[in-house]
Design a protein. Structure first.
Length: 255
């Protein structure tokens, strides 16, 4: 079921994004007659074809903590049938529930940052405060001028759509495309995602000179970290994205 629809016109192209529980879908609403109305997957959905090794220890940690919580109430009765059933249930559900919680927190942070970048409004919820302070410090440190936030883009070649977290300009005129993450590390899928977004924007006529990832804190505001993606890695990311698109087409063809 769709719960939100976002429409924009960027560089003469009208785009629409529909948000679903498990991702986004995009379509062109005007400005590109050949693609008009075409249903498009998201870049992140395509990158999801990759195995994400960082999620494995994270899921194990959450399941382990859930088991420990159960152990506290069972006085060592390891052979108790009710106990064993409860452990199985916790192991199955712990990482799923925590993932939903983290996804919701990430969405709240992105929405608050977008609101601030768009018109300067500051969300006063404690949950998003560290990220907002980090974004302010990052903008000041790099002396960035905001061009846009949460910008819709697409690729007619790949028939994919995406949402750009941040587009800004350095004092020397270079244009930065940045993605915001709430994790602790920059992974290969982040590099691929930025390469795809850059190709989309350039295909729509938007200059992009630099890409980077801003890791936003959920604790202390000072714990932000920015990584600029060098050109060699950016080229690798584009090659990887092309391969993922081809894999997606092949899998779709298999039914």
């Amino acid at each position: 079921m769709s719960n939100e629809k976002v429409t924009q016109t960027n560089m003469g192209i009208g785009l629409e994004r529909r948000d679903y529980r498990n991702g986004h879908r995009y379509k062109v609403t005007n400005g590109d007659e050949l693609m008009l109305g075409t249903d498009m997957r998201s870049v992140t959905g395509t990158i999801g074809l990759l195995n994400k090794p960082a999620l494995i220890p994270w899921a194990e940690k959450n399941a382990r903590e859930g088991v420990f919580n159960v152990l506290e109430g069972y006085d060592g009765r390891m052979n108790d049938v009710t106990f064993r059933a409860k452990v199985a249930e916790v192991v199955k559900d712990a990482s799923k529930a925590d993932h939903a919680s983290n996804r919701e927190r990430g969405t709240n942070i992105h929405n608050a940052v977008d609101l601030y970048l768009t018109d300067g409004t500051e969300d006063d919820h404690e949950e998003v405060a560290p990220a907002l302070e980090a974004v302010k410090a990052w903008l000041a440190d790099l002396k960035l001028e905001v061009i846009g936030s949460e910008l819709l883009a697409y690729s007619p070649k790949w028939q994919l759509g995406g949402t750009i977290d941040f587009l800004g300009r350095y004092p020397d005129g270079r244009v930065l495309l940045a993605d915001f993450k709430t994790g602790k590390h920059v992974y290969n899928e982040h590099i691929i995602q930025l390469a795809a977004y850059r190709a989309m924007l350039e295909g729509m006529g938007q200059q992009v000179d630099v890409t980077g990832v801003l890791l936003l804190p959920t604790g202390r505001p000072a714990d932000w970290n920015y990584t600029e993606i060098d050109e060699e890695k950016a080229k690798w990311g584009l090659t990887a994205m092309e391969a993922l698109v081809s894999l997606g087409v092949a899998l779709k063809g298999m039914g």
